[in-house]
Write a protein that binds this ligand. Structure first.
Ligand code: ADP
Ligand code: MG
Length: 144
């Protein structure tokens, strides 16, 4: 397992980090993003999408759990499971085809569906630290 701890001080820096990771991500990878509301999960996702070459705007899918972006070098399956009622909803959506397919999956609030995440995924945890200012984020990346 590899673990990295990074820090950003603006949304642009978090976007740039996401873009770099998107540029280098292997097809079939699954990213699990954790962190409170406003931590920067969607900003990171927007960067990752840009890194894959997606030109469509990427938003927080408030009422849709899954949004698919086809415009990049491989499909991006963007899940936001914040409002998921039951883990079985994930199966109904066809998450297995995404997780074990040739695209890249990214799950905001992925810790809520821990039980069905693939064994190998990249876990990214984003944390604020009020003492370091409102734009500071600590970003931990674990590759399992
Ligand atoms: P989440 O998806 O985790 O709920 P968002 O990405 O939607 O969070 O929102 C993050 C908010 O925090 C945005 O308004 C963004 O401008 C702001 N922000 C401030 N500093 C940062 C930073 N270092 N990284 C990411 N977002 C930041
Ligand atoms: Mg979000």
């Amino acid at each position: 397992m590899e673990e990295k701890i990074l820090e950003t001080n603006s949304p642009e820096e978090t976007f740039a980090l996401g873009r770099k990771i998107g540029e280098n991500a292997r097809e079939g990878s699954v990213f699990c993003l954790s962190g409170d509301l406003g931590a920067g999960k969607t900003v990171f996702t927007q960067g990752l999408a840009a890194g894959l070459g997606v030109s469509e705007p990427v938003s927080s899918p408030t009422f849709t759990i899954l949004q698919v972006y086809e415009g990049g070098r491989c499909p991006l399956y963007h899940f936001d499971v914040y409002r998921i009622g039951d883990i079985s909803e994930m199966e109904e959506i066809g998450c297995e085809d995404c997780f074990y397919g040739d695209g890249i999956s990214l799950v905001e609030w992925g810790d809520l569906i821990e039980a069905i995440l693939p064994e190998h995924c990249v876990r990214i945890t984003m944390l604020r630290d009020p003492q370091k200012g409102c734009d500071y984020r600590k970003i931990m990346i674990e590759d399992t």
